[in-house]
Ligand binder design. Structure first.
Ligand code: SAM
Length: 289
């Protein structure tokens, strides 16, 4: 942990952690937004076929967009939108008509809004600083609600399920890409609880995928389904972090493909398991009746 740790340990606000990361998902590589061509993804990517970090993040957004069955006529709420990279992708690849992005980190929204203006997409994607737990949107106002690798931060995720249920129209769909402990896996201990505090991951969100389905159902959702994609996420990201940190590589370098062993044994998982205590990565879908 770095010198900034004491300050982050005092904070309950994920925006302190994310402001420290700045324009790079890998800590200590913040380039202060000087490289305007750098994509500003903040998820760990889906590395089934992708060989570079930006491609893995696009593949993750594609997976989420497909799980949500995004259509051009959809109005979408993106909770924890970061710099809105996936929203640009949803408009360009799925033709989505209107997206409202909300994020608790002011820097994400400021930079995101500027990029949307530059791309001429600010009429279709509107961003606001705020909490995913109290979005301020009317009941039944969205066809789809998405949370791409953000709900593990929400204090609490269960409360977000209720807010998502409220703002979805009847028949609307909630889709999440999310990090969580594996069934029966150990996630307690002082080091892990300090690491979670630093990264703002509430203990209340530390439950496995079986409980995840139960909690979606308790919030009123039907057809709740949770699929693990852990083997295609952590190994690729671990390799990418190694490439950046140990080899001094660039964010868009092409990396070696994952082997069957890497995928089956979830190579590199220890990085997350020993710190945050997460070892599963899921795509969750549920529908409001
Ligand atoms: C891992 S990043 C993912 C960002 C983006 N979805 C992506 O894939 O690039 C998690 C995001 O959740 C946001 N976040 C954390 N807690 C939040 C909350 N309570 N409400 C809204 N956004 C939140 C953070 O600011 C951050 O942008």
């Amino acid at each position: 942990m770095t010198l900034t740790t004491p300050k982050l340990l005092m904070s309950k606000d994920p925006s302190d952690f994310y402001t420290l990361l700045g324009d790079d998902v890998v800590e200590r590589f913040n380039g202060n937004f000087e490289d305007v061509s750098k994509p500003l993804w903040l998820n760990i990517g889906f590395w089934k076929e992708a060989r570079s970090y930006p491609d893995a993040c696009r593949a993750m957004a594609a997976l989420v967009g497909e799980a949500a069955d995004l259509q051009d006529a959809d109005t979408v709420l993106d909770a924890g939108c970061g710099f809105a990279e996936q929203d640009i992708f949803f408009v360009e690849e799925f033709g989505v008509r209107r997206i409202v992005g909300i994020d608790i980190t002011p820097q994400h929204i400021e930079v995101g809004q500027q990029r949307l203006r530059n791309l001429g997409l600010d009429d279709r994607i509107q961003l606001a600083v705020g909490s995913a737990l109290r979005t301020g949107n009317p009941d039944g106002s969205f066809d789809k609600v998405i949370a791409l690798e953000s709900a593990f931060h929400f204090d609490t995720r269960d409360e977000f399920f209720r807010e998502a249920f409220r703002v979805l129209r009847s028949g609307g769909k909630l889709v999440l890409a999310d990090m969580l402990p594996g069934a029966g896996e150990q996630f307690s201990g002082l080091i892990r609880s300090l690491a979670r505090k630093r990264a703002c991951v509430p203990r209340a969100n530390m439950y496995d995928r079986v409980s995840y389905v139960r909690k979606l159902t308790s919030a009123g959702f039907v057809e709740a389904d949770v699929k693990s994609i852990a083997g295609f996420t952590y190994p690729g990201m671990a390799r990418y972090i190694h490439h950046r940190v140990k080899k001094g590589g660039s964010y868009d370098d092409q990396l070696d493909a994952l082997s069957r062993d890497d995928i089956e044994n979830i190579a590199g998982l220890e990085l997350w398991k020993s710190s945050l205590g997460v070892s599963d990565y899921i795509i969750a879908t549920a529908r409001k009746p």
